[in-house]
Design a binder for this molecule. Structure first.
Ligand code: NAD
Length: 352
């Protein structure tokens, strides 16, 4: 299969970690007989320096016509003082909005090899965690009518049936490919938009009889994530609840350098990126952990290119390298073998 990928390394450690993910993709291509080609685009602070704005038409057009996008991270102290509409992070919103990416997938996986990094007790996490948060990305309170009138300010949470239906369907479809359990999170005891959300989940459930569905109020879901996280397989929820719960879920795994994410729309196109930022404090030092970006590529193969065996091969290689005791500085513990960004990329590529 031939696939053309837009690379958007961005700022800070972005170029370091994207280079390692490309290294791994090229080995997957050779091993499984695929051809991956690439074009590289500017976004974020580096784009401000080169073009005066964080996201150019050229970058958006180039990404839009590719088969999928791999993003590093954007931002850094150099651009902290630019006008708010020119901030590097605007590039992320511009790319997600410009390409209609309404579905954000945030897996929270605790590898058994890294169980010590988890802030929860051993008896709570057991053999490890594997939760997928499916977050609505382009609606809800972040995009609703808002305003300020003297000493009063307001934000509006509103959803249409169509907006809810398309994200809830994604939740069901992803649950079908996993342990077939879907938890829908809302605040239906108070919010009208949540009541509509819950009605739609119940209505769609009959189309996915193989998936067991339950509902949780968002406050209870936040509590259950630390009390009994193993009850969760797939969580589907609206934009703001998903923003908060996906960060909570990722924190209980304890290692920000390990977690990938995907932003999808109705077709196979997607944008894939690690959940962490540009880590300017360690940029260019060959110490950043490239695994979140390498696992983002595994998600790309699974969700955009339907290459399940190839995706699993990357995930297995990561697991093997961890089993062999190799660690970057952020996940290093005593008696392990400390390696840099490039060496970690090499080890995962070799394990393939
Ligand atoms: P950050 O995630 O960049 O860093 C937080 C801490 O985690 C730092 O100590 C960093 O060194 C460490 N870290 C992050 N990724 C790591 C990795 N792969 N390996 C090893 N250590 C890693 O968050 P921050 O410091 O709050 O933000 C830095 C910049 O990144 C800011 O400009 C922020 O706006 C931007 N940011 C961008 C994104 C994105 O592009 N998606 C997301 C979050 C923050």
């Amino acid at each position: 299969m031939k696939k053309h990928i837009a690379l958007v390394p961005g700022d800070g450690i972005g170029p370091d970690i994207v280079a390692e993910a490309v290294k791994v993709l090229d080995v997957v291509g050779k091993k499984f007989g695929h051809t991956f080609t690439y074009d590289t685009y500017l976004a974020g602070g580096c784009a401000i320096d080169a073009t005066g704005k964080p996201l150019s038409e050229e970058t958006l057009a180039g990404c839009s016509k590719s088969d999928s996008v791999l993003l590093g991270a954007v931002g850094g102290p150099k651009w902290d003082k630019v006008a708010s509409d020119l901030r590097p992070e605007k590039a992320l919103l511009g790319l997600r909005g410009g390409m209609g990416l309404f579905c954000n997938l945030r897996p929270a996986i605790l590898y058994k090899q890294l169980a010590d990094a988890c802030p929860l007790k051993n008896e709570i996490v057991g053999e490890g965690l594997d939760i997928m948060v499916v977050r609505e990305l382009t609606g809800g309170i972040y995009f609703g009518e808002r305003g300020r009138d003297g000493d009063k300010a307001y934000d509006t949470m509103s959803y249409t049936t169509a907006e809810i239906e398309r994200i809830v369907r994604k939740g069901f479809e992803i649950a079908q490919k996993r342990k077939k359990r879907l938890t829908s999170v809302d605040k239906a005891n108070i919010l009208n938009s949540s009541q509509l959300w819950r009605e739609i989940v119940e209505h769609l459930a009959s189309e996915y009889p193989d998936v067991a569905v339950n509902h949780l109020y968002v406050d209870n879901a936040a509590m259950q994530l630390v009390r009994n996280p193993r009850q969760f397989d797939v969580i589907v929820t609206e934009n703001m609840f998903g923003d908060i719960l996906s960060d909570e879920a990722s924190q209980i795994t304890g290692s920000i350098g390990m977690l990938p994410s995907a932003s999808l729309r109705g077709d196979s196109f997607g944008m894939y990126e690690p959940i962490h930022g540009s880590a300017p404090d360690i940029a260019g030092m060959d110490i950043a952990n490239p695994i979140a970006t390498i696992l983002s590529v595994a998600m790309m193969l699974r969700y955009s290119f339907s290459m399940e065996s190839e995706a699993a091969a990357i995930e297995d290689s990561v697991s093997k390298v961890l089993d062999a005791g190799y660690r970057t500085a952020d996940i290093y513990t005593e008696s392990m073998k400390k390696v840099g960004t490039k060496e970690m990329g090499d080890l995962i590529a070799q394990a393939l």
